[in-house]
Design a protein. Structure first.
Length: 425
């Protein structure tokens, strides 16, 4: 790990023209960039930078290396260093390792956990294999894509049909691999559903949880051990000057390829070669179509039917936001009032800020929450969990932050979502 003196030297590189890169792992920087809502924010995203889901007044934040500040200046922005993180110190890990970075569970541990819960609670839980990660389709490792359905089982429950008798709440974590808080929140939610007062709510509701939506990407993250790799995308693709993969939250076929995405394979917001190109995206969309009725006519302003049931939550980090469609535009959906109320109810329980992405952050297209609402009419939300600073802020909070800081807020929002799923509109 670099010394404080070495980190200061890296800061100097950012505040003056950068020399040739040194060999070996490089530090990662979060840069503060003035980019007010509107044209300037969209111009920043349009350049393909790794822009965080975080805003402070007129400023956005970009993750990059020792050259990113110079690139931003060349593009006409005025960056300054917000934080600097030492490089990941990769070390070989055993395939049997269950945790990394102080307690966060590995992909293999998450998958085993689903089976353990189903075996211990056969009256409540069913594990569903809904596809394969990209690496598995290539015969180069990878994982099954797994979900768990939890309910007080009756005939017809947890069946892969939109005609199922109960409303459904769907919750997923780590679509963006480096957002490790979200996988832990999913783990805790699963355990709570089968072992607390929440179980009483499962008589007339199904809860579906995908704890790790991007297992190939998460394996890259956890390979850093006590210095997790800040990898966002999946593992599909090659890049000589940046991270491999496709951003799964820019790949969905809702206004794909429009604002807030990049055609550059090395960008962290690379949208992929076409809409729904990634097997992880395809598998999620196929699962959602099996779980939910389509209650919404085509067209950006059409409203979903009043008898729509269910809700979908994609957990991300960080920024303390509850976001809802549309994300590709500040145009309002046909169900804006109901979506806005649900989001504000959740946010009021956690101290988060509710709004459309373009109202509080920036617009971005090809997101899964837009797809769910556009294709099926089901209310869908993104939660950005965690503050931008402080001991428990950022992408890599100490594991001790999960139980006492993040979980109480997230649990209250999950209970709100469980209640709202019965009759959201």
């Amino acid at each position: 790990m670099r010394t404080a003196l070495a980190l200061l030297a890296c800061l100097g590189l950012l505040l003056s023209p950068a020399p040739a890169p040194a060999e070996g792992p490089q530090a990662t920087f979060v840069l503060r960039v003035p980019a007010p809502l509107g044209a300037e924010a969209q111009r920043l995203l349009g350049r393909g930078y790794d822009v965080l889901e975080q805003r402070d007044g007129a400023d956005l934040f970009v993750v990059g290396d020792a050259h990113t500040a110079d690139e931003l200046r060349s593009d006409g922005f005025r960056p300054s260093v917000e934080t600097a993180m030492p490089p990941s110190q990769w070390a070989p890990r055993s395939l049997g390792d269950a945790t990394y970075y102080g307690g966060y569970r590995t992909v293999t541990a998450h998958i085993a956990h689903l089976d353990e819960v189903a075996q211990a609670h056969p009256d409540l839980a069913t594990v569903v294999d809904y596809g394969d990660s990209w690496r598995k389709t290539q015969g180069s490792g990878g994982h099954d894509l797994k979900a768990i359905c939890i309910t007080r089982k009756n005939p017809g429950d947890c069946a892969l049909t939109p005609a199922a008798p109960k409303p459904r709440l769907f919750v997923m974590g780590q679509l963006h691999a480096r957002e490790i808080t979200t996988g832990d929140m999913a783990w805790r939610f699963i355990d709570d559903l089968v072992g607390s007062d929440l179980t009483a709510m499962l008589g007339d509701l199904e809860v579906w949880v995908v704890p790790i939506a991007n297992p190939d990407g998460v394996e890259i993250v956890e390979s850093g051990g006590d210095s997790p790799v800040l990898h966002r995308k999946n593992a599909h693709g090659d890049c000589s000057s940046g991270p491999r993969g496709v951003d799964l939250n820019r790949n969905a076929g809702s206004h794909w390829g429009e604002v807030g995405t990049s055609a550059n394979k090395c960008s962290d917001i690379y949208r992929g070669p076409r809409a729904d190109s990634e097997v992880e995206t395809q598998a999620l969309e196929s699962l959602w179509r099996k779980l939910y009725r389509d209650t919404r006519a085509p067209g950006d302003t059409a409203a979903a039917a009043a008898d729509t049931t269910g809700a979908v939550v994609s957990m991300h980090s960080y920024g303390n936001y509850v976001l809802f469609p549309w994300g590709w535009s500040t145009e309002k959906t046909g169900n804006d009032a109901a979506l806005r109320k649900m989001a504000q109810d959740m946010a009021s329980l956690s101290g988060f800020t509710a709004g459309q992405p373009g109202e509080v952050l920036y617009n971005a297209s090809g997101a899964t929450d837009d797809w769910v609402y556009e294709d099926l009419g089901v209310p869908s939300f993104v939660w950005e969990i965690g503050a931008s600073s402080g001991t428990c802020g950022g992408f890599l909070p100490p594991y001790s932050c999960q139980k006492d800081t993040h979980w109480p807020k997230v649990r209250s929002m999950l209970v709100s979502a469980m209640k709202a799923a019965h009759k959201p509109y």
